[in-house]
Design a protein around this ligand. Structure first.
Ligand code: HEM
Length: 500
């Protein structure tokens, strides 16, 4: 009887234990089974990092066509899901956007102890409150309105003067544009322009370039932090530390310049005024000085290279397609002439230029992999489950370079794809260089103003031609934090002189 009871008790206990085990383990087995496929062999420690070429655009394209819209990779031990195609990207960034709003921690922010604040790399409430404050201040300061139009025009005047002074000598046009675009964002932040010769302003540009040049090392350090202990500074940790520290110092300097001013003419003073407002949600503490400094750094970082590289791509494409430059000149001469500056009010009159800008953004795709997101909870996309805490790459390139969307000549520069038969601009929902959803590019309005005003004024004034005897510059990109062109030189031929 006793033996029978013991057997009975044991079998009941083991049945309950098996059930508990099944309940505990099954979801994991199930979710593991439903992860998007890993297209290559995974190695201990490195994961799939060793299978990624220096420029993964083509490799991602191939895996997209072989494995469908979602595939997984391990960057070290971190699971990263790459999402491709308009439908799936829309699903993660818009329809199920709430589960994909956060960002993973990034190494350079960690180095300066600012990984959780600011607007571009923060998460949760800090991101939400900082983003809504930043957007409302930029609106107050006139993004999309005439006040900003004038600020931008000031820097354009400086740029045109500098280019005229070169008297047609070959020059690195991207460098000049970079300085002007950087000056605009600084003047929005501080309320007045820095002199281009200001040492701190020049250093800031230098530090941004320095950080951008360490993109590969940054990617490795992000996912294999143990590598920072390698002897001999193989991964340029000293350069990264110096650049990130330098950018932080410049942001502190900008905040000091504005001081206690309560005039609502700079981003920094408006942000400080918001610190004093009593918010409905009771979270005023989030908009503190540390957060202000990091937001200033984020706006400078996100708002300079992206726009100036796009302008550099545009002028480079036109060296390969000179007939497009002729058409831009014809449109500008017909609609604006030479006696006044182009303004935002002229946008509708210059559809060809607008189509050229869109085609440049599509083909150059300067932020091909957007900025990584991280899932805030387990979420199902298509047939797959993406677990909470997974890093996610929205592969914008898979949309901007999709032959299904843009046709068989997708790799060619053909601005007319953005024109309707009646000559007006064709808008397409798949045109997503600024990403989509609640966390898309916060500076889209400013970037669009800058691209239009700079390019309209530059083409009104100059014809950009290659120096004599120099072959066509390469279209090969340098893919770091962004996809930028290789440096090239052009001569800026003054069209106003020709008219006199
Ligand atoms: C041609 C120029 C530009 C392109 C192609 C571009 C593209 C992008 C992309 C793809 C993202 C990632 C969005 C996402 O995660 O879904 C982004 C984020 C961001 N961009 Fe831009 N951008 C440009 C210009 C600017 C400018 C001028 C500013 C400055 C005000 C700016 C500020 C930002 C900020 C602050 C974020 C982070 C937003 C957040 O995390 O909430 N961008 N941009």
């Amino acid at each position: 009887m006793y033996a029978l009871n013991l057997t009975y008790l044991l079998s009941i206990t083991s049945a309950i234990l098996s059930l508990i085990l099944l309940v505990m383990v099954f979801p994991k087995v199930k979710s593991r089974r439903k992860l998007p496929p890993v297209p290559v062999r995974t190695w201990p420690l490195f994961g799939n990092l060793l299978s990624l070429p220096e420029n993964p655009r083509q490799q991602f394209k191939q895996w997209h066509s072989q494995h469908g819209n979602l595939f997984s990779l391990y960057f070290g031990s971190t699971l990263v899901v790459v999402v491709n195609g308009y439908k799936s990207i829309r699903e993660i960034l818009v329809t199920k956007g709430a589960s994909f709003l956060d960002r993973p921690v990034m190494y350079p922010n960690q180095v300066i102890g600012m990984e959780h604040c600011g607007v571009a790399f923060s998460s949760g409430h800090i991101w939400q409150d900082t983003r809504s404050a930043t957007i409302s201040i930029l609106k107050e300061l006139g993004v999309g309105k005439n006040i900003l139009n004038e600020k931008i025009q000031d820097d354009i005047e400086f740029l045109l003067d500098r280019l005229v002074q070169l008297k047609g000598q070959a020059t690195d046009i991207w460098h000049h544009v970079h300085v002007s675009i950087s000056s605009i964002i600084c003047s929005i932040l501080v309320g007045e322009r820095f002199s281009y010769e200001d040492e701190r302003f020049k250093h800031n540009i230098q530090f941004s370039n320095q950080l951008a040049s360490c993109a590969k090392e940054l990617a490795a350090l992000n996912f294999l932090p143990i590598l920072k202990y390698l002897p001999g500074d193989v991964l340029k940790t000293n350069r990264i530390r110096e650049a990130a520290g330098g950018l932080k110092c410049f942001a502190e300097f900008c905040c000091d310049v504005v001081g206690a001013s309560t005039e609502k003419k700079s981003f920094i003073s408006c942000f400080r005024l918001k610190q004093k407002e009593k918010p409905a949600n009771g979270r005023a503490a989030i908009l503190d000085e540390e957060n202000l400094k990091k937001t200033v750094m984020d706006l400078i970082g996100a708002g300079t290279e992206s726009t100036s590289a796009t302008i550099a791509w545009c002028i480079l494409y036109l060296q390969h397609h000179p007939h497009v430059q002729v058409k831009i000149h014809e449109e500008l001469d017909r609609e604006i002439g030479f006696t006044r500056k182009p303004s935002m009010g002229d946008k509708l009159k210059l559809p060809y230029l607008e189509a050229v800008i869109k085609e440049t953004q599509r083909l150059a795709s300067v932020a091909p992999f957007s900025i990584m997101r991280v899932t805030g909870e387990d979420v199902t996309v298509g047939n797959y489950c993406i677990p909470k805490g997974t890093s996610v790459i929205p592969n914008l390139d898979s949309v901007l370079h999709s032959a299904e969307i843009w046709g068989p000549d997708v790799d060619q520069f053909r601005p007319t794809r953005f024109l309707n038969p009646d000559g007006s601009v064709r808008h397409s929902e798949e045109f997503i260089p600024f990403s989509i959803g609640r966390r898309n590019c916060l500076g889209m309005g400013l970037a669009q103003m800058e691209l239009f005003l700079f390019l309209a004024a530059m083409f009104q004034r100059f014809e950009f031609v290659l120096p004599e005897g120099v072959g066509l510059p390469t279209l090969k990109e340098n893919l770091g934090l962004l996809a930028v062109p290789s440096h090239y030189k052009v001569c800026c031929v003054d069209r106003f002189v020709e008219r006199i």
